[in-house]
Design a binder for this molecule. Structure first.
Ligand code: PMP
Length: 437
């Protein structure tokens, strides 16, 4: 994500080791991992149970190829995920990243309609402020202008519905019924007979900074998809596996998508893994058909990553981590609100759910949204890092001024206090950067 030119002029610190919520660089400086890297580290670093599971699996079987063998950790993980997922989800396919999961979600949706004799349904409808991955297919679905960059003309055209309101008032600012009409219009103007699926992040991450719709939004989208006969894909790469206080963000609305993608927190970042979870409907149609082109990667279903994810899921369950997410989420939100009350000219209202929180940064001198060329999000993230706090810079121009706070789901009192204290100091330092001299 760093342009080579910038990287050469200001190299990043080199991470050396990590424990709990902290990462230490080779100079011995400690950083509180306030964003779990990129909303990934759910258990904290160096958790013995996970390390032991990795070690035990590596002594047993590190690799077998998916067309030649099934492997026990992948089979067990598939069963585990299906049991945690919303009712109706019945299968899992493993990939290596969130981007690969998006690719497979696209492909399976198109294949589904081919099996149903509707081959013209190939378009995937997305949202203009969104991110689904860096590979060309996933980027085609992503309303992230900065990441589409110079490749925009080589990507599939982006078909979009309404974007969530990112105004500081929070979820109430989005009118679910108005959006129902807008999504319906978007589908009608393209023609439902051409639309294979609608893909959505239940809470917009990198592109918006934890933009959170009001409750009922996922239900409304499910209903729109049912009315028009299109598949509903929930990209839960960030929100899945407990980040919002439920196993999946769709659970808050009691909704079952046709396809759910997960990655990031699935292994808490210990090893790479992503998964695509399918509903019965999809699997039934696809397993009848003869039209499938093969899909899969060399490392799909990797036993070591599957064993890691199993250890992570078992830890989340046995330590009641999801309860911690709700309690600590409220505590962290209140702390952030207190900081906001001290810096109303610098920081907007806190939004988000569970331990996926975000806010906008304001121009310290002129107030309001900073000029895009100031790159307020990355300047602020760098300022935090200098203060020993890792946050995730989010938002895209003209609103590239958001921050995500998403610490490990296991965070406790003491580390929340450090996070808040370092954030407060970072805001002060951020305002000084812009003070007229
Ligand atoms: N979907 C979402 C919602 C994401 O936030 C990301 C990564 N930031 C991706 C997909 C792509 O995942 P990966 O970086 O693992 O390819």
């Amino acid at each position: 994500m760093t342009a080579l030119l910038n990287f050469r002029s200001t190299p990043l610190p080199t991470a050396d080791y990590a424990r709990g919520c902290y990462i230490y660089d080779t100079q011995g400086k400690s950083y509180l991992d306030g964003s779990g890297g990129a909303m990934t580290v759910s258990l904290g670093h160096a958790v013995p149970e996970v390390i032991e599971a990795i070690q035990a699996q590596s002594e047993r079987l590190c690799f077998s190829y998916r067309t030649q063998f099934a492997n026990t950790p992948a089979l067990e993980l598939a069963e585990e995920l299906v049991s945690l997922a919303p009712v109706g989800i019945s299968h899992a396919f493993f990939v290596n990243s969130g981007s690969e999961a998006s690719e497979l979600a696209i492909r399976s949706s198109i294949q589904y309609w081919r099996e149903r004799e509707q081959p013209d349904k190939t378009l995937i409808l997305g949202r203009d402020i969104s991110y689904h991955g860096m590979t060309m297919g996933a980027l085609s679905l992503s309303g992230h202008t900065a990441r589409r960059g110079d490749y925009a003309n080589l990507l599939h055209p982006l078909a979009v519905g309404p974007s969530l309101s990112r105004v500081a008032e929070g979820p109430e600012a989005t009118d679910v019924e108005a959006d129902r009409r807008a999504w319906s219009q978007a589908i009608e103007s393209i023609g439902a007979e051409k639309v294979a699926a609608l893909i959505i992040e239940p809470i917009v991450g990198a592109a918006g900074g934890a933009l959170t719709p009001p409750s009922g939004y996922m239900r409304m989208l499910r209903e729109v998809c049912d009315v028009y006969g299109i598949l509903f894909i929930a990209d839960e790469v960030i929100t899945g596996m407990g980040r919002t206080g439920r196993w999946f963000a769709c659970d808050h609305d009691g909704v079952t998508p046709d396809v759910i993608t997960v990655a990031k927190g699935l292994t808490s970042g210990y090893t790479p893994l992503g998964a695509v979870l399918y509903s019965d409907t999809l699997v039934e149609a696809m397993s009848k058909g003869s039209r499938s082109a093969p899909f899969g990667h060399t490392f799909s279903g990797n036993p070591l990553s599957a064993a890691t994810a199993l250890a992570v899921v078992r830890y989340l369950k046995s330590h009641d981590v999801l309860d911690n997410v709700s309690a600590r989420g409220n505590q962290l939100r209140e702390g952030l609100q207190q900081i906001q009350a001290r810096h109303p000219g610098l920081m907007g209202n806190v939004r988000g759910r569970g331990l996926l929180l975000g806010f906008d940064l304001f121009d310290p001198v002129r107030g309001g949204t900073p000029t895009p060329s100031l790159n307020a999000n990355t300047v602020f993230a760098d300022t935090c890092q200098a203060e020993g706090l890792i946050i995730y810079p989010a938002g895209i121009a003209p609103a590239n001024n958001a921050a995500i706070i998403s610490p490990p789901l296991t965070i406790g009192d003491a580390d929340i206090a450090v996070l808040l204290q370092r954030l407060d100091a970072s805001l002060q330092r951020f305002s000084l950067l812009f003070s007229p001299t």
